[in-house]
Design a protein around this ligand. Structure first.
Ligand SMILES: [Mn+2]
Length: 221
């Protein structure tokens, strides 16, 4: 079987589901495994999940919850875990795929990111009509969801952060957070690797049902 690029949605400490999902996928040597971030917080097994991800050498991009917990409660982590979290990139590229935790806006250029824009990559959902990112309390000014106006200039973006009932596909992006920690599913998108360009039309999704509801939230979406 040819090499694959396997991209996991938000894990949020749901280690048992991650292990069950990887059992279905059966990653082999040469496969590239990437997490969209939000490894921790809200779920049952933060530290065990971190250790597992480090040990299994899964690539991770930085999620808003990874950052939040690291800054809010650094004492909960070992030095190794702290430096792992602090070193997470804000995006990761494999050929024409770009993995980002939340997404991008038309005003952001990945080659030249300010610190504020780095944070936006971990948080963006809705934009106003000038394509500025809206804070949750401003969502009534919602003009669009970021992926509706993304034109593909930074590659095909695979992201998490926003919970969908099933993966969300737009022309140049794929949302893979299906809300495991909220009792829904942990999903991976699996692409065939190619030296030239990865075919973003023919991916497969593989999911694992959550074993329980770990976190209840009115603001799930
Ligand atoms: Mn999340």
């Amino acid at each position: 079987m040819s090499k694959r690029v396997i991209i996991y949605g938000d894990i949020h400490g749901c280690l048992d589901e991650l292990i069950a999902l990887r059992h279905k996928i059966a990653p082999k040597k040469g496969d590239i495994e990437i997490s969209v971030g939000d490894l921790i917080s809200k779920g049952p097994k933060d530290l065990e999940t971190l250790e597992y991800i480090i040990q299994e050498k899964i690539i991770v991009v930085r999620g808003n919850n990874d950052d939040r917990l690291l800054h809010k409660n650094p004492e909960m982590f070992s030095e190794k875990q702290q430096s792992f979290l602090a070193s997470l990139p804000f995006f990761y590229r494999v050929k024409n795929l770009t993995i980002i935790h939340a997404g991008i806006t038309p005003l952001i250029n990945l080659a030249n990111l300010s610190e504020e824009e780095e944070q936006e990559l971990t948080k963006v959902r809705y934009l106003d009509k000038n394509y500025r990112l809206l804070k949750p309390k401003e969502w009534e000014k919602n003009f669009c969801y970021w992926s509706e106006v993304y034109d593909g200039r930074e590659g095909f973006i695979v992201y998490g952060h926003h919970v969908f009932d099933r993966v969300r596909e737009d022309k140049y992006s794929l949302g893979v957070d299906t809300g495991c920690v909220f009792g829904k599913e942990l999903t991976a998108a699996v692409f065939k690797y190619s030296k030239k360009s990865i075919d973003t039309d023919s991916y497969e999704t593989i999911s694992q049902q959550a074993f329980k509801v770990y976190f209840e939230s009115k603001k799930m979406k």
